[in-house]
Ligand binder design. Sequence first.
Ligand code: 13P
Length: 264
Amino acid sequence: MAASGAPRPLVVANWKMNGLRRDGIDRARALVLLARNKGQIAGEVVLCPPATLLHEIRAALSGSGIGLGAQDCHAAASGAHTGDLSAPMLADLGCAYVIVGHSERRAGHGESDLQVRAKAEAALAVGLGPIICVGESEAARDQGQSVAVVRAQLEGSVPSGVAGEALAIAYEPIWAIGTGRTPKPEQIAEVHAMIHEFGKARFSGGAAALRVLYGGSVNARNAAEILSLEGVNGALVGGASLEAAGFWTICEAAGGPVMAAQGR
Ligand code: 13P
């Protein structure tokens, strides 16, 4: 991860459907204070709060160096899509990233690979960095199908002909999300290596700059080990991102001292 030539690590907080205005703003302010008091880190940090909080969190993060992202977008730029938000709307709000294809959207909203790809393309069209999520079920893992399932999701969900640095891919085994269970280090490394290989064939260039994040029960205790694995360029953090100090420990584990920072 921190090896010379590796892309700048990216740590993303996915707050999911958690937080009323007061909680979210307080948490964002606590993170800004930690960033200020503990010193800059080399990694890039992004918060993805619920859409209701994007506007106010953007103000709370102003000048802090911590970025803003959304949790989903529609594939169309505008139109008759009640309840949805478009990529241009999110860019207009100050987002730099948007998560697409999270397993909770794939399962809870029946999103297909094709829809996820269209969302990623919509994000790219307005300069938002899509964070495209992939990951196998427990049954697939038990059958030794993790790599094959994730590869098929990549084939269907990742746009082609774009530069590797324009997006990020998050490997989130479904069975590891919110369970406190994580794959063995060698299993994470195997899938990440395959994703990086996939990127070399898929992208128009910049495959070395592709950031492949691991997600699924990352916390302040296991982050250093997971983030030190070959091919792991950051983390997508759910539950542990809801507590500022613990989340900042994860950010520090990814970033190292600012002296080691490499431009994105
Ligand atoms: P947890 O960190 O709560 O396991 O969630 C992971 C996740 O789904 C992030 O997108």
